[in-house]
Design a protein around this ligand. Structure first.
Ligand SMILES: [Zn+2]
Ligand SMILES: [Zn+2]
Length: 412
């Protein structure tokens, strides 16, 4: 009548149970046998089977392994529920921190009685049991893969700390100012502490795209810090126009997750320096996708020339750049922070507009990573071919705007 797994375990279980362990600890030692049962139930079944065979081994109190820690499960669960209740989330997970002495003892038992291959850790059982009892009170789903809240119980003090997963908000921004950077830029002199150089602000610039949306988001989520993950970045003196640049705003330690994104957009868009649209929540993994994207870009460059130009000639040169490969050596202006390499970059097309006597606009679509200013100027021969050489007149970019970034968000 006895089930097969019970038969298989009885011999080892007998020797181990003689130490006086409780039913939880007995059952947990054979967690990989007799599946579909709680550890407690499995322990009870094994103990009853032993008794039937004439070995009546009662558990000691307290249990020499776990010291009856499972008696405290209701208390832990209550503490977890109370703490989780202080934050908003869709799901949660329980984690336990167990006295290292207990863990050491457990390991010694598994080794001594040859249970290492069939046992599950005390921590696993305790997490599960506390979660089970807390669940009806918390009334949120248990999430194992990407929990929004991990309630960690320190079992020595029944003390609960919350680990809140960051919240990620994606969208696109337009940068309408040539005077602010994309991200916060700490003062070079004081590194953020505040000094005369930065007039006590701790920053090189009064604000940034990041802060314009990050500050209201921080307030709404009651979070700790904001981080900005842009899909590339434009120079400080460049505007980001058109449909904007994709970005993800990360807020750490948010007490509130499901904020009203329309309201956030409205607050951020009070700024005249930057504008935001298309805000939506994304999972953490999208950050790597955004950071790893190399989208093609369309630019508008305001160009001045060292000599008079005529419209026909400028048009002709512009049209000659159709799917042209550039050999671009690292520009002089960034050589101090980038490896000196020659990169192959593609110019898809160039269009001239607003041609005046000594100036014109170039609208152009380029491969990701193209140094546009250097394509126009030639960077003293470091970029070939280049617009200046083709025109036969030295050209300089006076202002550069990004008009379009080719990016379609997909879930994978
Ligand atoms: Zn025990
Ligand atoms: Zn400073």
């Amino acid at each position: 009548m006895t089930e097969e797994w019970v038969q298989e375990c009885l011999e080892k279980a007998g020797a181990y149970a003689a130490t006086g362990v409780c039913d939880h600890c007995l059952g947990r030692a054979f967690a990989k046998k007799g599946t579909g049962l709680t550890d407690l139930k499995r322990g009870q079944i094994l103990r009853a089977a032993m008794k039937e065979q004439g070995t009546d081994l009662a558990p000691q109190s307290p249990c020499p392994l776990c010291e009856d820690i499972f008696d405290l499960v209701p208390r832990f669960a209550q503490a977890v529920a109370a703490k989780v209740d202080t934050v908003e989330s869709d799901n949660f997970l329980v984690g336990c921190r167990i006295d290292p002495e207990t863990l050491k003892r457990e390991k010694a038992y598994w080794e001594q009685y040859g249970l290492t291959d069939t046992a599950e850790p005390l921590k696993t059982e305790l997490n599960r049991e506390v979660g089970k009892v807390a669940l009806p009170t918390i009334n949120r789903a248990v999430e194992f893969v990407e929990p929004q809240v991990v309630a960690c119980v320190d079992t020595r003090f029944a003390d609960v700390t919350l680990d809140l997963a960051p919240v990620f908000i994606a969208g696109r921004y337009n940068k309408l100012s040539r005077e602010i950077p994309q991200t916060m830029w700490p003062c070079r002199v004081c590194h953020g502490k505040g000094c005369p150089r930065c007039h006590g602000t701790g920053k090189m610039y009064l604000t940034s795209v990041q802060e314009i949306i990050g500050e209201p988001a921080l307030e709404m989520t009651k979070g700790k810090e904001h981080f900005f993950h842009g899909m590339g970045r434009e120079d400080i003196d460049a505007c980001m126009l058109g449909s904007g640049r994709p970005f993800i705003l990360e807020i750490s330690n948010p007490q509130v997750r499901r904020i009203d994104l329309d309201e956030l957009e409205k607050q951020a868009n009070d700024s005249v320096l930057a504008q935001f649209h298309g805000l939506h929540f994304v999972p953490h993994r999208m950050v790597a996708i955004y950071k790893g994207s190399d989208p093609d870009k369309t630019y508008r460059a305001r160009v001045s020339t060292d000599d008079k130009v005529n419209k026909e000639r400028v048009d002709e040169v512009a049209l000659s750049f159709k799917n042209v490969h550039l050999a671009q050596r690292t520009p002089q202006r960034v050589a101090h922070r980038r490896a000196d390499l020659v990169r192959d970059r593609m110019i898809y097309w160039v269009k001239a507009e607003n041609v005046e006597e000594e100036s014109f606009d170039l609208v152009m679509k380029t491969q990701s990573g193209t140094y546009v200013k250097e394509f126009v100027s030639g960077d003293e021969g470091r970029t070939t071919p280049n617009f200046s050489a083709a025109l036969g007149i030295q050209c300089t970019v006076e202002a550069l705007d990004v008009l379009e970034i080719d990016f379609q968000e997909t879930e994978d």
